[in-house]
Each structure stands twice: as C-alpha cells, then as structure tokens.
Design a protein around this ligand. Structure first.
Ligand code: UDP
Ligand code: MG
Length: 318
C-alpha cells in the first residue's frame, strides 16, 4: 500500500481556524500541478477552536485529506512527528499551516529531489514583518546552536522541507522524545541541499509559538545536540580554583611582607560565599536539565495521544 502514494504533505495545526481555508486553497493550487497520487495529512494539535471541525469538513470534501487529532496540545514538533509516523508517501513535505512557508516552492523542492537529493530544506533569507525581538533571538539562537553542537545544523532553517521516504524511516526509528526535527534531520545525514526563500508574514491569526514555547524549544535543542553546557561546570570550577589560588598568594604576601596584617573582612568572605554558591547552583541547574531529559526518556510514555483519525486505512502504515 505504501508505494501507491507518491507525495505526503504534513501540516501541523493548532487553533488555525482563520488560516485553514486559505491554506487549503493555496495547497490545492500546487497539488494541481502534481500528477501523482498524494495525501495531505492535517495534524490537529489539540486545537480549542473550530479547526478540528473544519478539518473534518475538508476530509469529507476531499478524499486526499487525512487527519490526526491529538487529545491535547503536545506541541509543534510532536505534531510533525505524528505526521511522519503516519505518512505513506515516497516524498514527504512538511509545512506550517499559516502560509509562512509558501507552498508554491514545493515544485522547486521536488525538482531537487529528482536531481538526487534526499533532503531539501528551505532556508530563510529574510523574515517579513516579524518583530525585531523574534528576529534577533532567532538569529542569535541558530548561531549559538551551531557553535555548541557537533553536527552541522544549517542556520535559519525551519521545519519546512522535503524528505525522501528513506530519511523519514530513519526519523521514525528514533525513539527519543526530544524531537527537534531540524536537528534530527541534519543528524541523519543523506544528500541534503537548501533552497532559499523570503519568509512571508503569517496569513492570519496570532503566533502559536509563544515566547515560552520558543524558549523551551531552544533549550531542548541545545541539550539534545550539545554536551558543552555540562563542561561549563568544569570551567567554572577551574576558574574558582584559580581565584582561590590568587587569594592564597595575596593573603600570604600581606602576612609576610606588610607590617600590619590586612584584614580581608566580612564583605570579602560573604562575596566569596555568594560567588561559589552561584557557581554551584548554576552547575546543578545545568545537570538538572540533562537529568530531567533522561527522566523523560526513561518513563517511555507515548509521544502523543490520539483522540480521532480520519482517512487512514490502518492505524500505523509502517
Ligand atoms: N503549532 C502546533 N502546535 C503548537 C504551536 C504551533 O501545531 O503548540 C503549529 C501552528 O499551527 C503552525 C506551526 O505550528 O502551523 C507554526 O506555528 P507558528 O506559526 O505560530 O510559529 P512560527 O511561525 O513563529 O514558527
Ligand atoms: Mg508561523
């Protein structure tokens, strides 16, 4: 059955009632140009608005539309993961529902696939109408991540991409819960290439990635792809040891070579205690982040819970 579908589109949806119709119209415009069979997988990430109802209606009206609906909000990366688990196509394309990732680029991506690339990701050259804070934090984050991680995660790329079935099978076989798809996509290797685009503003509605969600994604991705923060404890420890040594030399000098021994004083001692306390707390905090992730992995809970599906003949295609 798997081979009868050529293209799978995966679109995560969280409270997107204002964008769904337009998104469908734009996707439909692109799929018209593709003559092979395809499926459009809409993943409802526990929306509280009319999104699920609209998705059901689309499914009724267009047989190519399949959907998954989560029993609560699990987050964008998990929604994409679920889509990947269920996708049956030879070529899998991930894009956002808010039309910031223009579907019209998909034929170019497919062209690259024909040239032999198994992963084609879209790289933003500009973000139109996004706040300077978002642009600045995103700019900084991608560069820090690249510096800290051993693998080469391309900067300024989102989840908008095309992947060959072979790649998706690898991603599906990864048991980890911390699913920073962009990172995993680089980690697997294969022949990868970029296409460039200017990111459009959101078509309608509010941004669903709140500051908290973005921060959690950023911290999670650094922890999943780098052990450098753990080494920070060693560096801070060495730094404080050096500082202590300087103090010893100073105290000895005062004692031996100055007539009246200098008092270091309470303020100095208090400062030293606070400094060391801070260093230790920071290190425990970093350790805690890693241990927390280990705990999450060990529990081995499913990545998501489904309350409804539509259009899939079997529960799991693979
Ligand atoms: N999204 C999701 N679950 C969430 C948050 C977002 O499925 O908890 C979806 C959202 O509907 C959209 C995509 O992820 O299709 C990207 O979200 P958004 O446009 O708000 O973020 P940004 O453009 O800032 O990355
Ligand atoms: Mg968006």
């Amino acid at each position: 059955m798997i081979n009868s579908i050529k293209y799978s589109f995966i679109i995560p949806i969280y409270n997107e009632e204002e964008t769904i119709s337009e998104m469908y119209r734009r996707i439909d415009g692109v799929t018209d140009q593709l003559d092979d069979s395809l499926e459009i997988i809409l993943v409802d990430d526990g929306s509280q608005d009319q999104s699920l109802k609209m998705i059901r209606d689309l499914h009724q009206h267009d047989q190519r539309i399949c959907y998954l609906s989560f029993a609560r909000n699990f987050g964008h990366q998990i929604a994409v993961t679920a889509g990947l688990n269920f996708a049956r196509g030879k070529i899998i394309i991930i894009l956002d529902a808010d039309l910031q990732d223009p579907p019209e680029l998909i034929p170019n991506m497919i062209e690259k696939w024909r040239q032999g690339y198994q992963i084609v990701y879209a790289k933003r050259t500009r973000r139109r109408q996004e706040s300077w804070l978002k642009r600045l934090t995103a700019y900084g984050f991608y560069r820090i991540l690249t510096k800290l991680s051993d693998i080469n995660i391309p900067t300024d790329t989102g989840d908008f991409c095309l992947m060959d079935r072979q790649v998706v099978q690898q991603l599906n076989a990864m048991p980890e819960r911390n699913r920073y798809i962009r990172g995993l996509r680089s980690w697997v290797g294969f022949k990868q290439t970029a296409i460039y685009f200017e990111r459009d503003p959101r078509f309608a509605g509010e941004v669903k990635y709140t500051f908290r969600k973005s921060l959690a994604l950023a911290i999670g991705s650094i922890i999943a792809f780098s052990r450098v923060p753990l080494r920070l404890a060693t560096y801070l420890g060495l730094f404080s040891a050096g500082l202590a040594l300087v103090m010893v030399v100073l105290v000895l000098y005062w004692r031996l070579f100055t007539p009246a021994p200098q008092l270091i004083g309470y303020s100095m001692i208090t400062m030293a205690i606070f400094f060391l306390g801070a260093v230790q707390l920071i290190c425990i905090g970093i350790l805690g982040e890693y241990i927390g992730r280990i705990y999450e992995e060990v529990k081995g809970r499913p990545l998501y819970t489904l309350q409804e599906t539509g259009g899939f003949t079997t529960d799991h295609p693979d």
